[in-house]
Design a binder for this molecule. Structure first.
Ligand code: DON
Length: 312
């Protein structure tokens, strides 16, 4: 992959182009606090194995990572439960919206995959079991700080409380799963941890650094420590490719050709296996709830640097 000044100028060029575009999508407003975010932000950061980062635009402004946190909770839950996790959640694309409830009835309360809301709530429940909500949340936050080498990462309490007040669909999903025995803990505890990990605030630079273990066979390149087995890192990438953008996952694979995970805060984390971890942020979303310009920026990057996993 390109590196050095060539990489930096591509990232800067993309950020300048995206900044100037008028088509910015629509900011999520079902979480009231997110509805107040200025849609003109655009940030991008590409982290390489040696820890160098090519960044541009608002790459150092923290935003709400929302569903991107599900990649990291999945990693933690696999570390805790191993392959037993797959009894609680599937790994097939859902073909429906991230907050859909329809499949849960037919599939006896077992969510399709760990990235739709129901699946991520079930994953959070696995991390919570045997702990107090505060401890589970502390564990998730410590993990993010370790991966990014940045102790300053925090949770935006206003966003978490905003979602806690209005997250009626997630409450419905969690209660419905609880009726099938898929959720072990009191639903208000599981949801409390879920809303708070979704409200972790990070910049593109921090997020790109945090994703490096997925590009490097499960190892934290800074310390060489193993975060997760290589086989599991590979499989998380596979689930990101097939399910990371909900009903827009096919389109993302077609246009970008990289494993990716979006969040309704407008961020996307994309992985170039063996080479780089990329984070983009533009708050306006498309109809499937994925960052509109974030996807276009990644499509441009993949094309110009030739990094799609499907070929140049
Ligand atoms: O549960 C929710 O609805 C949010 N906390 C996260 C959803 C999300 O980010 C969907 N991604 N595009």
């Amino acid at each position: 992959m390109i590196a050095g000044p060539e990489l930096q100028s591509l990232v800067s060029e993309i950020a300048a182009d995206m900044r100037a575009r008028p088509d910015r999508g629509r900011v999520a407003d079902y979480i009231p606090e997110l509805g107040a975010v200025d849609p003109s932000y655009f940030g991008m950061a590409v982290a390489l194995p040696d820890g160098t980062v090519a960044a541009a635009g608002d790459a150092d402004t923290a935003f709400s990572i929302q569903s991107i946190s599900k990649v990291f909770t999945l990693t933690l839950a696999l570390g805790i439960a191993g392959d037993r996790l797959w009894k609680r959640v599937g790994r097939e694309p859902s073909g429906s919206a991230f907050n859909s409830i329809v499949q849960l009835e037919n599939e006896k309360g077992v969510p399709r995959n760990p990235f739709i809301n129901a699946g991520a709530i079930a994953v959070t429940d696995v991390i919570l079991s045997g702990h107090k909500p505060r401890e589970a949340l502390g564990e998730i936050l410590r993990f993010m700080r370790f991966l990014s080498d940045d102790p300053s990462i925090t949770i935006d309490k206003a966003v978490a409380e905003s979602e806690q007040r209005t997250g009626f669909r997630n409450m419905a999903l969690a209660n419905y799963m609880k009726s099938f025995g898929v959720i072990e803990n009191p639903v208000e505890f599981t949801l409390g941890v879920y809303f708070h990990h979704c409200a972790i605030a990070m910049s593109c630079r921090q997020l790109a650094l945090a994703g490096r273990f997925l590009a490097h066979s499960g190892r934290h390149p800074g310390t060489g420590l193993s975060v997760i087995q290589a086989e599991r890192a590979r499989r998380i990438n596979a689930i990101m490719l097939t399910c990371g953008h909900y009903d827009g996952s096919g389109e993302f694979a077609y246009r970008v050709g990289l494993p990716g995970k979006s969040g309704v805060g407008g961020g996307i984390l994309a992985i170039v296996p063996g080479q780089a971890s990329i984070a983009v942020w533009s708050p306006g979303l498309d109809a499937a709830g994925n960052s509109h310009l974030g996807r276009i920026a990644l499509e441009t990057f993949a094309k110009r640097s030739g990094v799609s996993i499907f070929g140049a």
